[in-house]
Design a protein around this ligand. Structure first.
Ligand code: PEP
Ligand code: MN
Length: 342
């Protein structure tokens, strides 16, 4: 159930309602939208007693949320979630994010060249995996903490916000201490123990859609994170598995407008994993932006032919420069803007 507070409801009224929700045995989530504050009462208790809260000061309405995802639902919070970072960069609600970097952190030189190119193209985020969930146990598994240090070093040098993948709950604190966005990869989208753990952190999350996950399943995974109190979740469409073999995955751009109806969370598209093909990344980036994506994440590498992972889908730094230039009019056409660091 959600309790919609009147416009301009006093903080003391919001607090009293929230306390009452908890007294009734529900978890209370105070969500501040542009228009109203709503209080999500989440739990598996009898709904009846909550209806009595209608008489409390400041309460406008009490409504049931039919979707199984509650906190992620657009019904609960009609206005787009805007995630604001420490340097003033924003994502969502008209603020467009460009995230670029290699699949894996390999060497300080490789990361530095990628970071300089990312920054020159106007990216606000530098990606790079230090823990790699590989299909084969014999493939490169990531530099782990050493990789996090290389990534952080580039953050310190360039000011770019960093995105890196977390694959196990044990290293959640460690990864969070080095990066600005924690990526949960497609293969871990339904690792519920991991989702609960990152829900306790304040670090924004980039949650990638599972290889054959439905949108509802993706949103239920977001719900796992949000139900622990971390509301800063970006969803990522990174391609799904279909029968088509001409490309690695099928970037499901239907998901972008469909998700926008279902949720207020920002939606990022990943045309690199979504296609697996360097030659398709620029056109599919433009298509994702035209479909309404709040950002794109792309893999770039100074020498894709020597990349330790995902070389065939990594853009050269020159190709990235073209991408960065060519997507700008699409972003503008969609009425969005790139926020820059303060
Ligand atoms: C990645 O971002 O390099 C990655 C492994 O992505 P995904 O989880 O979408 O396959
Ligand atoms: Mn990759």
């Amino acid at each position: 159930m959600i309790i919609i507070m009147k416009r301009g409801a006093a903080d003391s009224e919001i607090q009293s309602v929230s306390d009452r929700v908890e007294k009734l045995g529900y978890a209370s989530h105070v969500i501040r939208g542009v228009e109203n504050v709503v209080i999500g009462a989440v739990g598996d208790k009898d709904k009846e007693p909550l209806k009595g809260l209608i008489v409390m000061a400041g309460v406008e309405d009490i409504v049931a949320v039919r979707a199984p995802y509650k906190l992620a639902s657009r019904n609960v919070k009609p206005s787009d979630t805007v995630i604001e970072f420490k340097n003033g960069v924003k994502v969502g609600g008209g603020h467009f994010a460009l995230m670029a970097g290699p699949c894996s952190v390999e060497t300080p030189e490789q990361m530095h060249l990628a970071a300089v190119a990312a920054k020159a193209g106007g990216a606000q985020f530098l990606r790079g995996g230090a823990y790699k969930p590989r299909t084969s146990p014999y493939s490169f598994q990531g530099l782990e903490e050493e990789g996090l240090k290389i990534l952080k070093n580039e953050h310190d040098k360039t000011g770019l916000l960093t995105v890196t993948e977390l694959i196990s709950a044990d290293s959640a604190q460690l990864v969070a201490s080095y990066c600005d966005v924690i990526q949960i990869g497609a293969r871990n989208m339904q690792n519920f123990a991991l989702l609960k753990e990152i829900g306790k952190l304040k670090t924004p999350i980039l949650l990638k859609r599972g290889l054959s996950a439905t949108l509802e399943e993706l949103l239920m995974s977001a719900e796992y994170i949000m139900s622990q109190g971390n509301y800063n979740v970006m969803l990522c469409e990174r391609g799904i598995r279909t029968y088509e073999k001409a490309y690695r995955n099928t970037l499901d751009l239907n998901a972008v407008p469909a998700l926008q109806k279902m949720t207020h969370l920002p939606i990022i598209a990943d045309p690199s994993h979504g296609t697996g093909r360097r030659d398709m990344i620029i056109p599919m980036s433009k298509a994702a932006i035209a479909a309404g994506a709040d950002g794109i994440i792309v893999e770039i590498h100074p020498k894709p032919e020597e990349a330790w992972s995902d070389g065939p889908q990594s853009l050269t730094l020159e190709e990235f420069e073209t991408l960065a230039r060519e997507i700008k009019p699409f972003v503008e056409l969609m009425g969005k803007k790139f926020t820059v660091a303060k």
